[in-house]
Design a protein around this ligand. Structure first.
Ligand code: SF4
Length: 347
């Protein structure tokens, strides 16, 4: 990253590759910072440290090595995730999937998870102007088994209000059955926020609706906790962080409400990402689907063991979220955020 902008320097140092045991550790691949259509009020990349972005060719060259290291060190779970919206950079997305498929074949690896997070906006659109194939078609063809859809409201109006018009326009009643027809499992990810999905009644309605559409797992997440706050150490947009503070639900209180509700059966509670968060698992009795609730604190991970295998949009790989080291954190004002999210005219 240069002093004033986010362009990569011409001669970039080879990224540090930490030696880690990745057995049971998820590889989270942040392909891109771009998210052309999402306007989520809680978008965490807007308050985490900014990571420079490499072009597709350079990213994929590094990613090939990242995957090899991850597989060699026992990793078997890959999630192509945010930072941004993976489908907004098709060259990186399909290039990464091609590399994963080739490497797993060559190295005799059986993956336990190959999932993609998406805001859903592009999934039924053609992958390019001259192709009839949709993103969904191509993801199915390339072996994606799970699509993790972000839906943080009960109605299209509510989704539009919290995540912007384009996400509000996604017709999930149409999209989810189409994904299921391809044999791909659907997990929904909903950020809990006051005034949106914030009560046991909202949760009951949402789970009922999603299970009827064929969703296999419904995941509700608390807004991220960012405990370290000052001008030197708090990365990203104060405005977005303030929004998360003002809209945080009583997470544990809500878990109690779910535990006490006859429609759900409590199954388990476990630590996630080396106790950086907790996951509460329930069964929705009527449909039998899993309903999960998770929270996560970012920026205070352990130094000594891998929290993730974390691939960043510049192609480098670390064993932690990039918010961990205080020296890597940097307050980013809104003008600079706009350099990597130029489409966000709302911040
Ligand atoms: S879909 Fe929403 S949360 Fe995800 S990257 Fe885009 S704006 Fe952020």
């Amino acid at each position: 990253m240069t002093e004033k902008g986010f362009n990569l320097p011409e001669t970039r140092p080879v990224p540090e590759r930490e030696s880690s045991d990745f057995h049971g550790v998820e590889m989270k691949v942040e392909l891109t910072n771009k998210c052309k259509f999402g306007r989520c009020k809680f978008c965490s990349p807007l308050f985490r440290p900014v990571v420079a972005e490499a072009g597709a060719e350079q990213f994929l060259k590094l990613f090939e090595k990242d995957i090899e290291t991850y597989f060699q060190q026992g990793g078997r779970k890959i999630i192509l995730t945010g930072g941004g919206e993976p489908t907004d950079d098709p060259e990186k997305l399909f290039g990464a999937l091609k590399i994963i498929n080739e490497k797993k074949g060559n190295m005799g690896v059986n993956l336990e998870l190959l999932a993609i997070y998406s805001n859903g906006v592009n999934l039924l659109s053609p992958i390019s102007e001259d192709s009839p194939q949709t993103f969904l078609d191509k993801l199915a063809e390339m072996g994606v088994e799970d699509i993790n859809l972000s839906i943080s409201g009960s109605t299209q109006e509510e989704v539009a209000d919290i995540s912007g018009k384009a996400m509000g326009d996604v017709n999930f009643n149409e999209l989810i059955p189409k994904i299921r027809e391809k044999g791909i499992r659907v997990l929904t990810r909903t950020t809990l926020a006051k005034g949106y999905i914030d009560s046991i009644d909202d949760i009951k309605k949402f789970v009922e609706n999603m299970s009827s559409l064929g969703v296999g797992i419904v995941y509700f997440s608390d807004l991220f906790e960012v405990p370290t706050r000052n001008q030197e150490t708090t990365p990203g947009s104060k405005k977005v962080l303030q929004w998360t503070d003002e809209h945080r639900v009583d997470f544990l209180g809500l878990i109690e409400d779910v535990k006490n509700n006859a429609e759900f059966e409590f199954a388990s509670q476990s630590g996630r990402h080396k106790e950086q968060g907790q996951t509460f698992t329930f069964k929705h009795k009527k449909s039998g689907i899993k309903v999960l609730f998770g929270n996560l604190t970012i920026g205070e991970e352990s130094d000594v063991e891998a929290t993730y295998c974390y691939v960043k949009p510049d192609g480098s790989m670390e064993a932690h979220n990039n918010a961990r080291r205080e020296t890597d954190r940097e307050y980013v004002d809104l003008e600079r955020i706009k350099e990597y999210r130029p489409e966000r005219d709302d911040i």
